[in-house]
Design a protein around this ligand. Structure first.
Ligand code: SAM
Length: 472
């Protein structure tokens, strides 16, 4: 029944295979010899299949966990260096016909303020985001064929790309909208989107159907097979995710890796990113009503093991997580974070009054983008506003080849420095700018190829003179 190459949800995410995996992991979690062999295999940095990764997740030996964390940290350094890519979500509309029981946008919620941005309002929101320094957005929308048809999403993407305010520009729009048709994915691809993101929420079919009792999202197979349709529609970069707290985390972890293995088996390229959201308090949602919440240590263990299991896949943490949790997991493998996020529709221009709340969930990190950038640099990370890969056609397997050839340091590293320089020139506070300039000077020396280093230094000077948007 289990077949990673099948295009049927219940065959590539086989319930029986997950159950067998969990029982194998439980049986072997104290099998020192096997755990040692899996760790040694992980050290080859080629990833781990779901069964072996699940044994490590089940293992509770503090020494083994410490070794996992060290390895995750090392893989993160080797593959991603010290760059952290920055983005912000932009909520277009919270009209929704679904009945997701964990989300306040569910159709039965009659008291949440329903909002949908007009194109003029999008201009205002995006101008505010550009004025913070953002270059990369993830657009979010509820599912509603009447209020939020694909034409609305496409028009919004065109509007976003067209706005050029001062030196600002949104250079990459990622899209997190409900599962749709191959034809619509093709339209999104033509509109120039970066990654198509869709969270599975849970891989457990029975729970999935209960958690999505009504609306088109109820269809487990249609939702689970969405990434295959997206790839068929020409989208190379897809982003997976699980909403932790809905089901048993060990089940979700195995399902997530099986999904990644399926994409690799069928399309020759794994997911571009994996997101790891946890359920948060929201309008009429109480996270404690869900039995499967995970504590911060388990969360960190999952992040470290994703890093080890799929080294070439970026990992995203949103402002659902607090500063201290983010600090911990960034070290263990996260490569992208959001900053200064608003989860309400129209929240960037002006804060919403309390009695008119359209937010999807409470954020735990309320800092400004400048504070987040400053904080990252204090920890010696390079905040990167780079969007070069997809604009240079390095998507899907072409991006993976860049990673695998170890050329990231000659490409992503200078791009990070140049986009950070733009941020410092155009948006940073004096203090942030000061530490940023020093960081750029020292990090310039870490570009391996002399020629690339020289070109980068020259571009940095030109940015100082007012020219923008250099990239390798
Ligand atoms: N509506 C789209 C869909 O059906 O996939 C996606 C957009 S939705 C705005 C983005 C994600 O937010 C959802 O996939 C879900 O995982 C997450 N989410 C919903 N309610 C949440 C909550 N209370 N706390 C944290 N995340 C939540």
């Amino acid at each position: 029944m289990y077949d990673p190459k099948s295009l049927k949800a219940e065959e590539f995410i086989s319930h029986e295979e997950i159950l067998e995996t969990l029982s194998y992991a439980e049986k072997n979690k104290n099998n020192k010899e096997l755990v040692r062999a899996i760790l040694d295999k992980a050290k080859e940095r080629k990833g781990l299949p779901h069964r072996e990764a699940s044994v490590l997740l089940a293992c509770e030996d503090p020494e083994v966990i410490a070794e996992m964390y060290d390895l995750a940290e090392q893989i993160k350094k080797d593959f991603y260096g010290n760059r952290i890519v920055m983005f912000a979500p932009l909520y277009l509309s919270n009209y929704c016909v679904n009945g997701c029981v964990y989300c306040p946008y569910h159709a039965k919620n009659k008291h949440i303020a329903r909002k949908k941005l007009t194109q003029d309002e999008i201009v205002k929101e995006v101008t505010a985001l550009q004025d913070m320094g953002h270059k990369r957005l993830a657009i979010e929308s509820g599912e509603d064929p009447i209020n939020n048809p694909i034409e609305y999403i496409l028009e919004s993407i065109r509007t976003i790309y067209s706005i050029k305010h001062r030196n600002g520009a949104i250079r990459r729009v990622n899209v997190n909208i409900a599962a749709t048709t191959v034809e619509n994915y093709r339209k999104l691809k033509e509109a120039g989107i970066g990654t198509y993101i869709l969270f599975q929420e849970t891989y457990h079919k029975e729970s999935y159907e209960k958690l999505h009792p009504t609306g088109p999202k109820h269809n487990y197979a249609y939702h689970t097979e969405a990434m295959d349709r997206a790839m068929e529609g020409g989208i190379d970069d897809v982003g997976l995710g699980v909403l932790f707290g809905l089901e048993l985390y060990k089940y979700e972890f195995a399902g997530l890796l099986m999904h990644a293995e399926h994409l690799e088996a069928v399309h020759g390229v794994g997911p571009h990113t994996i997101s790891v959201p946890r359920i948060k308090r929201a309008d009429d949602i109480d996270p404690s009503a869900f039995d499967n919440g995970i504590d911060d240590d388990t969360f960190a263990k999952i992040c470290a093991l994703i890093r080890i299991s799929v080294p070439y896949t970026g990992m995203i943490i949103s402002t659902r997580e607090s500063k201290s949790v983010r600090e911990k997991v960034i070290r263990l493998g996260v490569s992208q974070i959001s900053g200064a996020s608003r989860t309400s529709v129209g929240g960037y221009c002006e804060p919403e009054p309390e009695d008119d709340n359209s937010a999807q969930f409470d954020v735990s990190d309320n800092r400004t983008l400048d504070e987040v950038v400053h904080w990252l640099m204090d920890m010696k990370y390079i905040p990167s506003f780079c969007t070069a890969c997809y604009r240079e056609g390095r998507t899907g397997d072409r991006f993976m080849s860049l990673c695998k050839a170890g050329q990231i340091q000659n490409c992503c590293h200078p791009n990070a420095l140049m986009t950070l320089k733009e941020y410092l020139m155009d948006y940073a506070s004096p203090d942030t700018r000061k530490i940023g300039e020093a960081l750029i000077q020292s990090e310039l020396q870490n570009i391996p190829k002399e020629k690339v280093r020289e070109i980068c230094a020259d571009h940095l000077e030109k940015i100082e003179e007012g020219i923008r948007d250099f990239r390798f």
